[in-house]
Design a protein around this ligand. Structure first.
Ligand SMILES: Nc1ncnc2c1ncn2[C@@H]1O[C@H](COP(=O)(O)OP(=O)(O)OP(=O)(O)O)[C@@H](O)[C@H]1O
Length: 294
């Protein structure tokens, strides 16, 4: 049950650092996703979700500009996955409006789904297909011509270091390989906005670097990446825009430097924002350690 859309004042629509059209030498007004003057990548208003007694998302208003590398950060149970699931049309909100590139996620789902790529938490894949077959299948579901799917799949498998495992069944892929083939599947149709729920979880440093390179290249062309993470150093090094969520509410959002403020690091700012500063285990674990059972 989505609320009626209404006009709201946008918090920040400053121009993104790049645009795909500009990078390609084309007219800037043609930038996909309206990254220069068009609608924001994501606009959320009054988003709300409850599971029984638990309010998971408690009235979120958020405007995320196009063409940015955006981090959604928050402690365990903050509501990141629930929010991302509702924003990407995987979970119906109890109330609220979600627009992607100006299109309502629940009223215009086909148009929205053609514009987004999603790497969800607990990714489910077709386990009995090989990596190459999986991409072929996804590409056809996305309506891409066969030759184009072949070209893109081959390139993605190469760039993501999966070419040697292209004929291996997905069921036999490691955690990191699964993340990478999931990312390839999410990128295959060249979406305007890419949503990633904990994309670096369980991924070794080499694969993380590979994923990072692909994402940086993608955003440099004007596309938007929105990803959730607990790892502040990663968010600080990758993102130019951050939203901090705690207990189902947005605590801060905006350009990274603004959210960090005078704090020495994003980690410090985050601890302050979520009210975890100074919370330690000293008091209650006096039995722990000391070299043996007592
Ligand atoms: N299907 C569900 N049924 C019941 N409660 C749920 C369900 N999904 C989420 N919750 C609850 O909603 C709250 C937010 O959960 P969510 O998974 O969105 O948090 P998160 O920020 O992604 O956490 P984490 O960082 O630990 O993955 C939690 O209290 C969680 O227990």
């Amino acid at each position: 049950m989505a609320n009626e859309p209404e006009d709201i004042e946008r918090r920040d629509e400053s121009a993104p650092p790049h645009s795909r059209a500009a990078a390609a030498g084309g007219p800037v007004s043609a930038a996909p996703g309206g990254s220069l003057a068009g609608p924001p990548a994501v606009r959320v208003q009054g988003l709300w979700k409850r599971f029984g007694e638990q309010i998971a998302v408690n009235g979120i208003d958020l405007t995320l500009p196009a063409g940015r590398f955006i981090g959604l950060v928050g402690p365990n149970g903050a509501g990141k996955t629930t929010t991302l699931s509702m924003v990407t049309g995987l979970l119906r909100p109890d109330a609220g409006l979600v627009e992607i590139g100006g299109h309502d996620v629940w009223r215009d789902p086909v148009s929205v789904k053609s514009r987004i790529g999603v790497l969800p938490e607990g990714l489910r894949l077709f386990e009995r297909l090989s990596g190459r077959e999986l991409l072929g299948y996804i590409g056809r579901l996305r309506g891409l011509p066969g030759a184009e799917v072949d070209k893109r799949a081959g390139q993605l498998l190469d760039v993501l270091d999966l070419a040697g495992s292209r004929n291996k069944l997905v069921v036999d892929y490691s955690t990191g390989m699964r993340k990478k083939i999931g990312l390839a599947a999410a990128l295959l149709h060249n979406p305007e906005v890419l949503f990633l729920d904990e994309p670096f979880e369980g991924v070794d440093p080499v694969s993380a670097q590979t994923i990072r390179g692909v994402l940086e290249r993608y955003t440099a062309s004007g596309a938007t990446v929105i990803f959730s993470s607990h790892v502040m150093e990663l968010v600080e090094s990758l993102c130019d825009w951050v939203a901090v969520i705690a207990a189902g509410r947005i605590r801060a959002d905006g350009p990274l430097a603004e959210v960090r403020g005078a704090a020495p690091s994003l980690q410090d700012a985050f601890l302050e924002l979520v009210g975890a500063r100074g919370r330690g285990a000293d008091a209650d674990l006096d039995w722990l350690g000391g070299g043996g059972a007592r």
